[in-house]
Ligand binder design. Sequence first.
Ligand SMILES: Nc1ncnc2c1ncn2[C@@H]1O[C@H](COP(=O)(O)OP(=O)(O)OP(=O)(O)O)[C@@H](O)[C@H]1O
Length: 638
Amino acid sequence: MTEAAVSEVPSEELQFRLDGDSHWEAGKSITARRMARSLPRLVGRSLQLVWQVDRRSVIGLLGCQVISGASQGMGLLATTGTITALISSGDVTHRLWSAWPSVAVMIAAAGVRALLTIVVTWLSSRLAPVMAEEAHLLMLEASVTTELAAYDSPGFGDRRQAAERGADFVRDLLQGCQDLISAMASLAAGAAVLASVHPVLLPLLVLAALPQGTAQVQSAKAAYLAVVRTWGQRRMLSALRWHMTEAHTADQVRAGTMASFLLSTYRRIAERVNASERQAAGRGALMALLGAACGGLASGLVWAALVMLLATGRISVASAGTAVLALRTVTSSVQSLVAGGARTFRIGMYLEDWSTFVDEAGGYRLCRGTLTPKDPEEIRAENLVYRYEGSQRNALDGVTLTVRRGEVLALVGENGSGKTTLSKLLTGLYVPTSGSVMWDGVDSQEMDPLAAWQRVAVVPQEYARWPLSARENITLGQPTPGGDAAVWAACDASGADDVVKELRSGLDTLLAREWLSGEELSGGQWQRIAIARAFHRPAGLLVLDEPTAALDPRAEHRIFTGLRDLAATRAVVLVTHRLTNVAIADRIIVLDHGRIAQQGTFDELVENPGLFSELWRLQNDRSIPAERTTDELTKHTV
Ligand SMILES: Nc1ncnc2c1ncn2[C@@H]1O[C@H](COP(=O)(O)OP(=O)(O)OP(=O)(O)O)[C@@H](O)[C@H]1O
């Protein structure tokens, strides 16, 4: 695409923002007060997480912080004793002897704090990775228990991505909480000492911290919003990175000489993301400047108050000395508190995304019935309507059909006519928008979905190439009582036996050459493994969606000659464009724009005029090659 062509693209297309994306709006409405209210809950949630994995370390951490705060208070109080002894009358030796106990307390307090800091660092570094892993696991758990339809929903990807980022931040939250607790402990110790010197000093100090606190919270919010605003663009960058570096597109990037186009597209999007971040950084710096100016003025007021108190004789010189030290402690703890609070506020926003996703599974938690189905004898679709979320039209519109055990039902039709969607509804992967799918009279929505899917075996158009052993690729980690004999039987029926026998360690061979020095298979060999996977599954409903697209004629023939035997104990739904293959089916359903256009046996459909016979004629039209004579073909071959 040329630069001129790019500039004509509507700007909303370049945002990669989805319809129904409420994240941005939600982000904008975050207020410091709302966050302050939800922070204790989020901190509680993280503590609960860490409590589950290592409660002894949590108790240790909290204990260390309390003791550290107490020893800091003792050290500060001992300062008054030290100064009083040093400035009292008498000879130097006597004054030093009187100061000694207070000095000993100060040294001991500093020693204890130094030791505790090391223990806290050790405990935190043990806990942080465990917490992060646990947070990711909870998120993965939520992801795999969503309805499949979630993945068709605008906004779900955003929520999942936000939750993933939140899970990354859980580790930082621990550090944030540590800093907060430690700052609070120091503050409490310093504040107690300061209040004992004179009660007016403390409120003045809190006042001095407020402008900086507000500024930091505002710049944290601006930084968060900059990330949310560019969410879609970041996702596009990540997709481009994936496509530019992974093996599955490496040949096309090269053969299509796409490298410079992809790099310039990446650079252009990255620039937009950077611009947004720069804007947020500028806003943050301005806020910090304002906060520091106001905070500086207020701090000056505190010091002036201290001087006034000393000058008017309201506090002694020793107390003033203590107050100076306490003020420094309290000032630095208030600053840590404000900075830590703002950081935790920012982390909290990400954590809110994670927490909401984990609680609600992105709004798509599987929530159907509890009935445990058996292998179905009969599956009936009644007036089935399905519309993908965000789509303007129905993918299926009023489909009624029945498929029984022992039967092969073929679904044919042009691209986009609804075959795959229908097969996903029959297996209970999708629930209908209206109408019903009944397994032996039980509505698919009333069945326990996991129990129902155990009764289903699917060869999808795009099958997974799991980076696992050949055996696990076939059993999907669920071996049957038949063990390896059952695996070999499935391989035999699918033609995967020839593939597995060639592998260096047979079924034990790792099929992940690219990453893990295993062996790699060709496209057709992978498809044989995918078919073996479905044949191995003891399921009453077998769905084959273009199962032989990558197979050679011998392998394809083997599959279709064995299919009737497989159908003896199963209901088989076959989706294919190769109409010669559907001759094997007992019944053929022809779909057109989501509706049933025709149905019948192969012979009936071929003989009667209609969509099927038209497609059949086109597929068997030899007129194009027939125009070239055998001589011509031979000439080309030579
Ligand atoms: N995830 C999705 N989100 C929105 N619309 C979708 C989605 N998947 C499919 N569709 C739409 O639903 C309709 C039916 O698609 P489906 O995949 O069922 O067709 P198909 O007959 O299997 O096509 P093909 O022969 O190309 O595999 C199409 O118009 C398609 O655009």
